[in-house]
Ligand binder design. Sequence first.
Ligand SMILES: Nc1nc2c(ncn2[C@@H]2O[C@H](COP(=O)(O)OP(=O)(O)OP(=O)(O)O)[C@@H](O)[C@H]2O)c(=O)[nH]1
Ligand SMILES: [Mg+2]
Ligand SMILES: [Zn+2]
Length: 300
Amino acid sequence: MNDRPWAQVLVAYGGHGVVRIAGSDPVPCLFRRRVGRPCCGDQVRIAPADDGAWVVEEILPRRNRFMRADQRGRPQVVAANLDRVVVVVAPAPPPSRDLLDRYLVAVHSLEVNPVVVLNKAELPIDERAPGAGPLGRIERYRELGYAVARTSCKGPPGVDELAPLVADRTSILVGQSGVGKSSLIRRLVPDIEIQTGALSRVTGKGTHTTTTTMLYDLPDGGHLIDSPGVWEYGLWKLAPADIAAGFPEFSPWLGQCRFNDCRHDSEPGCAVKAAVERGDILAWRHAGYLRLLAQNESAG
Ligand SMILES: Nc1nc2c(ncn2[C@@H]2O[C@H](COP(=O)(O)OP(=O)(O)OP(=O)(O)O)[C@@H](O)[C@H]2O)c(=O)[nH]1
Ligand SMILES: [Mg+2]
Ligand SMILES: [Zn+2]
């Protein structure tokens, strides 16, 4: 059956979705249970079904995927085959506490490259908001090695810092509802109206609020995936080592603690704590790590 065409999943609604064979228009497609559950960004082999529709016969192996926890703390796949996860934060609405670090831990565990975007950069930052810390420390994240962009969809600095970070790649934009993910995509995808029109003709859904994860083409190659905003981004159950790995500046000291299973909390002989005390690791980063560790241990 290898002569069947392969297609990219643009949007997936459980049992059906919209796919596109490269260079053609999007078409509706059925997802049968026995092949698994395709998600946005999947490559699938499809076969013609009745009424001009198509049916997925096989999901090609995923290079990687981005996940989030459902209400019960179980990981759910949001999109697959990504080069970048763009975590968007903004002064309004301010991020909930530890949101950015949770995203960065998740992205690290999924082996995808993160990009941190401060959108609405023309607005002042209210430092009193409980989760606003990372907004004022966005340059520290850059110094820690993260790709960072400041953007505004309402004026300068525009999207010039973000455009090269997503060019020619497949990137998903994630973050709280209202931070401007769809607005950024509209700025980066000039023919978005044509693409959303083509999609909504197939899905029959309007295009005002983001309710489903959807893939769009960048004009010069690559794709942007819009995702519905969340209020809280939940991590699924991770090992303490997976959380520590999401703090890349800890890595020179990992493996040097007295105990193999050190959680870098208050264990004696902890090399990470010693690095914090020497000032080699920022104290607020270590404190953030400990909060994620505690949250993850009380979850699920
Ligand atoms: N001041 C300002 N407002 C912006 C900017 N970008 C987007 N907005 C506004 O913020 C609001 C939310 O923007 P959206 O793009 O819909 O946000 P979203 O992240 O896609 O939200 P969800 O789809 O709910 O997740 C809209 O009223 C936008 O006009 C910006 O850079 N500055
Ligand atoms: Mg949106
Ligand atoms: Zn330790």
